[in-house]
Design a protein around this ligand. Structure first.
Ligand code: ZN
Length: 88
């Protein structure tokens, strides 16, 4: 993944592009979600009960069709630990 951070607001929602897979022609994206239970991996909570959801946004596809991975996490490292063996 090529690290790359860029905020985008579309359809009233804010997304942050966190990286690009140039050969797969897709971006890695993150959005803020409300979660009072804590991170799916470590159980930690973040300020304001906000966690992150991570997804894959393929080129040419509507922002409404981002493929969100299961789970909500405090950090990308927790998301990677939870989804071990997957392409992240
Ligand atoms: Zn965590």
């Amino acid at each position: 993944m090529v690290e790359h951070t860029e905020s985008k607001v579309q359809q009233g929602e804010r997304y942050v592009v966190i990286g690009r897979e140039p050969f797969a022609r897709m971006d890695r994206v993150r959005r803020v979600v409300e979660n009072k239970k804590g991170c799916f991996w470590c159980g930690q909570k973040r300020k304001g009960d906000k966690l992150f959801a991570y997804g894959v946004w393929r080129d040419g596809v509507s922002i409404l069709k981002i493929g969100w991975l299961r789970g909500e996490f405090c950090s990308i490292s927790c998301m990677r630990a939870y989804h071990q063996g997957q392409e992240w």
